[in-house]
Design a protein around this ligand. Sequence first.
Ligand code: 8DG
Ligand code: MG
Ligand code: MG
Length: 140
Amino acid sequence: MGREPRVGVGVLIFRGENVLVGRRLGAHGRGEFALPGGHLEFGESWEDCAKREVLEETGLQLSNLRFETAVNSVFGEAAHYVTIFMRGDADEAAEARVLEPDKCEEWIWVPWHDIPRPIFFPLQLLQESDYEPIKWKIDP
Ligand code: 8DG
Ligand code: MG
Ligand code: MG
């Protein structure tokens, strides 16, 4: 890993008050619950990255991609990501499948305020911020 920050994209998909999270496998954040997502590729839009990562990892087809917020994820000396949080809508009937079993153990829908621990650091930063996904869902 170089000494420059990278861009990570985390994707929020809600079903009612439940959000989709997966338990990570592999070195970085192993055993921790995280949003689907991955690295922004060179030249890629945030929307395309969010759609692509979610399709690769879960098989869900997202529409209505939008930017929510961003956090500065400094993992001590180990890594530094600027995390872009995108949000998208999936068909209510579609199932989230484990398509990268080497990277994610399971996908589960959990209440936003009750995500099981341990939580992957960027998602923890999001939870601790003033971001309120549920309230924002209610249109005036
Ligand atoms: P890729 O090679 O397919 O692009 O990535 P990946 O294999 O899906 O790796 P990842 O670990 O899921 O994502 C790459 C990095 O993105 C991760 O190590 C740290 C950063 N990242 C954040 N926030 C989030 C997040 O909310 N979810 C995920 N999955 N990754 C995130 O900074
Ligand atoms: Mg990926
Ligand atoms: Mg990923």
